[in-house]
Design a protein around this ligand. Sequence first.
Ligand code: TXA
Ligand code: MG
Length: 434
Amino acid sequence: YNKKVTSMNFLSFSSPIIAIIQSILKAKRQGREVWFYFLWMTLVLPRIIFGPSRVVVSSFPLVSSRRHHSPSSSFVRWFTSESTSGSRTGLTMKSEDDVVAKMVSCSKLEECGARIREGHLVAFPTETVYGLGCHALDTEAVARVFCAKERPTTDPLIVHLNSPEQALPLWSVSEEEKECLQILMEAFWPGPLTLVAHANDTVVPPLLTADTGFVACRSPSHSLARSLIEAAGVPIAAPSANKFGHVSPTQAQHVFDDLHQEDVWIIQYKPENSCQVGVESTVVKIQWDPNTQQGSVLLLRHGAISAHQLQKSLLSITTKWQVSIRPKHTSEQTPNVAPGQNIRHYSPHCDCFMISSQKYALEEQEQSMLSQVVVIDFAGQLDYMRDSCLAYRDLSLKGNSQEASASLFETLRWSETIPNATRVYIPEIDINKN
Ligand code: TXA
Ligand code: MG
């Protein structure tokens, strides 16, 4: 696994030209104005060609930008100006040794809120994972997040708010969709459920939604996340605060390990209380079909809240909505179809293998290989490797999936710290049993 190769697909030297042409064609097909792209080509392309060190900008032509949502933001100005902060939030690349990120304590919450309002980045704990937060309605700030994470702009961000009342203006939905959203918000907010519905595109920047026309909202239950939203006074867009493709962070130190070269403040919180769910929120997309008079709640990403729980809460009020589950992943080349569902995701630095639950006797070569293997077990399924492997941890001896989730990402990151490890083994898990 080579994380750089994945993200560099979008940042490479040849892709900007192709991406710009694709964007123009797409905009033309959709009957949109294309002046922005021509401006882009004349202002930015010469910089890409004559200044290869500034190639980071090339991740953005994939997104159309007909509107500017922040009064202070100008897409073109941002792309053509030098970074104001000295970090790679603008156009300059940094050397490996630069440390720009700052750890801050919870007592600095008001300053963190002001920093978000002003368009800068703050990483904060939620009940799921650490988020990399920015002013959700400021295109320039959202662009900084994509840049810091080295995330392709085909992968939209989640907006964090403190109440349904704050979320509703960001959506533009039918009465039926509103009813469904309200049932789910009432049942699961605040908490680890993200709701995707048609965006109100007079408010929501297209960069935030990856130009999908849909926006994702969630209301975190973590008290610090809620206080930060309150202090910022604006909705906060926040992906997980890791580099794109890497394991999500559940501690301030994990964020620092990935983003220390970025201009980001990282709020420190007691590790044992920071991200108790430990895996990301469940993501569902809500759509009403006026022809069939039926609604679909499509589960895009599994998380702490199950499809069964969602269906149960809807059925207690209406039979008009059907919960279904989307295929698990798409190839890395598929844009926009299934954001966040890339086949490579949450990837530690070593290769990961799933070991069949069928027990076979290990061959001699497999046995000797174990001296380079970190085993991350569940309910003692791989206990027979314990004495021969390099390092061993069990996520939940009792086979409790909630307990396992809480330490999964932390354990994957731990596996990266084991000297001489070349592989991680995890057991095949029967999801119907656990
Ligand atoms: O628990 C969480 O959800 C964490 C914390 C920080 O809140 N955030 C998080 O964000 O996991 P991120 O960016 O790592 O994952 C967001 C995923 C996307 O990859 C995509 O699957 C889905 O949410 N998503 C966001 N906006 C969407 C949209 N407009 N349409 C479809 N899917 C969307
Ligand atoms: Mg993520």
